[in-house]
Design a protein around this ligand. Sequence first.
Ligand SMILES: *[C@@H]1O[C@H](CO)[C@@H](O)[C@H](O)[C@H]1NC(C)=O
Ligand SMILES: *[C@@H]1O[C@H](CO)[C@@H](O)[C@H](O)[C@H]1NC(C)=O
Ligand SMILES: *[C@@H]1O[C@H](CO)[C@@H](O)[C@H](O)[C@H]1NC(C)=O
Ligand SMILES: *[C@@H]1O[C@H](CO)[C@@H](O)[C@H](O)[C@H]1NC(C)=O
Length: 295
Amino acid sequence: MVLLDNYSAGTVILQIILLVKLALGDVCDSIEYRIEQSCCLMCHPGSHVQKHCTVGDRDNTQCDNCTVGTYMDHPNGMTECFKCHICDADLGMEVKRNCSKTRDTVCDCIRDHYCIDLKEEGCGTCKKYKKCVAGEKVKRQGTRVDDVVCEDCPAGTFSDMEMATNCTKWKNCAELGLIGVLSGNMTSDVICEEDPASNHLSYTVATAVTVVILIILLGTVVCCYYKKRPTVKAIICSHCLPGSTVAENEQANARYELATLNVNEQANARYELATLNVNEQANARYELATLNVND
Ligand SMILES: *[C@@H]1O[C@H](CO)[C@@H](O)[C@H](O)[C@H]1NC(C)=O
Ligand SMILES: *[C@@H]1O[C@H](CO)[C@@H](O)[C@H](O)[C@H]1NC(C)=O
Ligand SMILES: *[C@@H]1O[C@H](CO)[C@@H](O)[C@H](O)[C@H]1NC(C)=O
Ligand SMILES: *[C@@H]1O[C@H](CO)[C@@H](O)[C@H](O)[C@H]1NC(C)=O
């Protein structure tokens, strides 16, 4: 009895709700959609309505899966799925997540691009980073959502390429021992050249040094050559005996000269001979020894 009562009560309440709905017009359940006078059960995400339900049977809605390249991301009473978005490479976009039956494509920005239309997922529109030109440097690199920030090179510095991270200080010609021939600007360095005056001076100095070195070298060679070379006293061998020594020959010479001289001169010659005997014989002997060793 109690159960029956409850059942009856439930039925009554449902009928009242239905009456109120009809009275208000188009009120359907949250899982239903309205088509003409009926409320039909919705199709699931990933599908669309192929055939609406028949009047009085809200459950017989016919659904069909979304075809490739289309999607449906919520319960629906629509007869077609949505077209998947294409990530346009020409606009700096790439696929972050492919389209599926239930979710649209998610696009993102490629390298050197930033997002100017950020979505819940991915990006709607991308833009290329600006380029810092010569004469500028990158003040701040671009981010996912911010463009690059460029800045002019400060005075006394330059940059000669795009996207330079630094501006380089101008050369100081004087410090390099050169002279400036072209002043620098924001895009070009100072141009230095060799000082022609200092060049001439250094050339002169180099020549002088070379000459001095040559003279010293030559002097050393000449000096050593003559030092090493023992002076061999030339012997006039008018009376040299074959196979005799230098000393013997000189004595023979001297003796011959002695014989041809007069008395006084003979005395002189005899003295010289005596001297020769002692000193020059020693010299000759020494020279002979040296000659043997060197040769
Ligand atoms: C829809 O796709 C699901 C799998 O995703 C499959 O089980 C189902 O049979 C498909 N329905 C139709 C009508 O093709
Ligand atoms: C998307 O699908 C294509 C082929 O259908 C595949 O080559 C690519 O790697 C996929 N991209 C992602 C992000 O899954
Ligand atoms: C050049 O920039 C880098 C950072 O990009 C910095 O670390 C470096 O010190 C800079 N060099 C000069 C000479 O300013
Ligand atoms: C900077 O100097 C270079 C070489 O001297 C020259 O070609 C260029 O026009 C100059 N730029 C500016 C902005 O003065």
